[in-house]
Design a protein around this ligand. Structure first.
Ligand code: HEC
Ligand code: HEC
Ligand code: HEC
Ligand code: HEC
Ligand code: HEC
Ligand code: HEC
Ligand code: HEC
Ligand code: HEC
Ligand code: HEC
Ligand code: HEC
Length: 371
């Protein structure tokens, strides 16, 4: 700076319009701002005119609701206000949670939170469950989970896995699939049926003289008796040696079956057959597998078997997801001799795979909130 300059001279050097005049940079910035604002306005107006409302939203909606992303009113029925459960229920039919009524369930949106991105809404944090299931104090699969004990009730059926899995079984050896055929979903198994799974080895013969005679399966004793009588008529008509052994040489008459001497022989044989199939004391015949119904003991009625296909109704299991595991890794049937006994794996064994870093371990892996 030159020496000895007066204050006045100094002042003349300063441009008095400096602050009033816009700097070229600032001017360009302002112009740019206006252009951007204008462009945004045009874009907003354009999209609104085209029915696009997405830019007002708080964030992208979940994957399965994508098609309503632009139709805010599909969920936001009230102009300003939170989404009501009733709106979700317009499209969804979900049962209330077991035990708790719908009034007690927290609102849908406390578990299914929208505008969090292209997520799967059904993935819900375990903490949402623990909010109510505090009686077990912060359940995780690894701690405080209630004990699991299955009970299949009285199946009214006699069966021994050990007897049938015996490698020395004459007709065997049987594998699990001989009786447990996966159902359509692969999740569980088709029901056990006498005809498909038992009949080939347990034929229901009842007369040593007439080995070809087989009782039909599934009848109650009264109907069975009628069937046996009718079957004997046919047999006696067809079989001359049998007639001889019955002491009747004459051929059985055609037409209605009436002659009294034949009727007596028929009744004797039918009664004997019933004693084979439904022995008054002890097992054998139908009672190899069945028990007599309490309330029908006099009529020796067969108790209806009840073989359950869902042993843990309060949780979900999927056999198809575990099809690469040996059945015996979860069910040790080799020493199972009693149908009433249940042979299921412990929850502890699930944790070998269902753990952080492994297969899923959230509550909803095994429990469905909406059941
Ligand atoms: C599939 C249903 C659904 C659609 C479609 C939807 N929303 Fe939402 N929105 C929700 C839910 C659920 C919430 C949060 C819970 C509540 O409001 O009670 C929410 C919350 C909001 C919020 C509040 C911010 C927040 O995170 O709490 C805004 C703002 C919003 N939505 C705007 C929109 C706009 C704008 C659209 C249309 C472009 C839209 N939403 C479409 C379900 C939806
Ligand atoms: C306009 C109809 C409609 C409304 C309203 C609606 N949804 Fe949906 N939602 C659907 C359809 C369609 C699907 C896909 C169905 C499928 O995958 O079977 C779906 C799927 C879902 C799924 C399973 C998919 C996923 O991402 O996990 C959940 C959870 C869900 N909706 C929750 C809700 C909730 C909570 C609300 C209320 C905030 C709601 N929905 C409102 C139509 C609707
Ligand atoms: C609004 C409170 C509430 C919430 C939230 C809740 N539960 Fe429940 N839950 C109940 C009540 C009440 C019962 C019935 C009484 C009982 O057995 O404790 C029940 C019963 C159950 C049962 C017992 C079996 C059955 O179906 O009867 C299971 C399993 C279960 N809940 C799992 C869950 C899971 C998993 C979640 C989270 C996705 C969850 N619950 C969230 C209140 C709740
Ligand atoms: C000859 C037919 C037959 C064969 C072979 C068979 N099962 Fe069974 N299984 C049954 C019948 C009948 C029941 C119902 C009666 C009962 O609970 O014992 C049953 C029930 C079950 C049950 C549920 C009840 C329980 O006892 O836990 C399991 C699990 C089971 N079987 C596993 C197996 C496995 C694993 C194999 C192969 C190692 C197998 N079964 C082979 C006929 C068979
Ligand atoms: C491959 C032939 C075979 C099939 C199929 C079969 N069984 Fe057997 N079952 C046997 C033989 C052989 C025995 C005698 C085993 C013994 O005494 O050790 C037997 C014995 C039994 C016994 C008496 C067992 C005891 O220990 O008291 C019952 C009850 C029985 N079977 C029920 C069934 C039922 C129910 C089915 C169909 C779900 C079935 N079996 C399918 C061959 C078979
Ligand atoms: C080898 C074992 C076995 C023998 C022997 C056996 N059953 Fe069964 N029975 C079953 C099984 C398993 C079921 C359940 C599955 C089914 O209905 O096929 C059943 C079911 C039944 C039912 C219920 C049918 C229905 O429709 O629900 C009746 C009734 C019945 N048996 C009667 C008889 C009579 C009568 C005999 C003798 C003539 C007999 N059973 C012999 C295994 C046997
Ligand atoms: C990872 C363990 C696991 C494996 C492997 C497994 N099971 Fe199971 N099984 C279970 C559980 C848990 C249940 C009880 C689930 C339910 O019934 O709700 C069950 C139930 C059953 C039942 C009775 C209920 C029904 O669904 O009919 C039969 C029968 C059965 N299993 C047979 C088999 C056979 C056969 C195999 C091999 C092909 C097999 N399981 C493999 C865990 C397993
Ligand atoms: C040897 C490892 C292993 C064991 C032991 C095991 N699982 Fe799994 N499980 C898997 C794998 C792998 C999947 C499929 C991948 C997945 O869903 O994460 C699966 C899937 C499942 C599913 C289906 C989840 C769905 O979304 O459909 C259920 C339910 C399940 N397991 C329950 C159990 C239970 C209950 C036990 C214990 C009785 C058990 N698992 C034991 C490996 C295992
Ligand atoms: C690997 C599978 C699995 C996982 C994961 C799991 N459970 Fe369970 N849970 C079961 C089984 C199996 C039962 C017994 C169901 C039955 O017997 O019908 C059960 C039973 C229950 C019951 C009923 C207990 C009773 O006393 O009747 C509750 C409540 C429950 N679980 C809550 C939860 C909660 C909350 C979570 C998540 C933190 C969870 N479970 C995770 C398998 C699982
Ligand atoms: C306590 C948490 C919770 C609440 C509250 C809740 N859900 Fe869910 N929802 C779940 C879980 C966990 C799943 C995953 C599958 C399952 O567990 O059944 C699910 C699954 C769903 C699905 C998908 C079903 C499928 O089969 O894919 C729909 C749709 C759904 N919920 C709608 C609703 C609606 C509508 C409401 C309100 C009335 C609601 N949910 C309230 C936890 C909840």
């Amino acid at each position: 700076m030159p020496k000895n300059l007066k204050t006045k001279e100094l002042a003349q050097r300063i441009d008095p319009g400096y602050f009033a005049r816009s700097h070229p940079m600032r001017r360009w910035r302002r112009i740019a701002n206006l252009v951007a604002l204008g462009a945004a306005l045009v874009w907003v107006l354009g999209l609104t005119a085209a029915g696009e409302e997405r830019m007002f939203a708080a964030g992208p909606v979940s994957v399965r609701h994508l098609q309503w992303e632009n139709d805010c009113t599909a969920c936001h029925t009230a102009e300003f206000g939170s989404v009501q459960d009733g709106t979700c229920l317009v499209c969804h039919e979900v049962p209330a949670h077991t035990g708790a009524g719908r009034e007690e369930d927290p609102g849908c949106t406390s578990c299914h939170r929208e505008h969090r991105g292209r997520l799967t809404l059904a993935i819900v944090a375990d903490s949402q469950c623990n909010a109510c299931h505090e009686e077990h104090d912060d359940i995780t699969l690894f701690s405080n989970h209630p004990d699991v004990e299955a009970d299949q009730g009285d199946q009214q059926l006699l069966f021994s896995h050990a007897a049938h899995l015996n490698p020395e079984l004459k007709e065997g050896p049987l594998d699990c699939a001989a009786c447990h055929v996966p159902d359509r979903s692969g999740r569980s198994f088709a029901p056990i049926e006498h005809e498909a799974h038992c009949a080939r080895c347990h034929a229901l013969g009842y007369d040593v003289d007439l080995r070809q005679l087989r009782a039909p399966h599934g009848l109650q004793p009264r109907d069975l008796q009628k069937h046996l009588a009718a079957a004997y008529v046919e047999a006696l008509r067809a079989d001359a040696t049998l007639r001889e052994r019955s002491g009747k040489r004459s051929p059985v008459p055609r037409g209605p079956f009436e002659p009294p001497e034949w009727t007596e022989a028929l009744n004797t044989r039918t009664a004997a057959a019933l004693r084979v199939l439904l022995p008054p004391a002890g097992a054998g015949g139908c009672l190899l597998c069945h028990v007599v119904a309490d309330d029908e003991a006099a009529a020796r009625g067969i108790a209806q078997p009840a073989i359950p296909t869902d042993l843990q109704p309060e949780s979900w299991f999927d056999h198809a997801a575990h099809r690469f595991q040996k059945c015996s890794s979860c069910h040790d049937m080799a020493s199972n001799r009693d149908a009433a006994e249940v042979v299921l794996p412990s929850l502890a064994s699930c944790k070998n795979c269902h753990k952080p870093g492994g297969a899923r371990d959230s509550c909803s892996t095994c429990h469905h909130f909406h059941r």
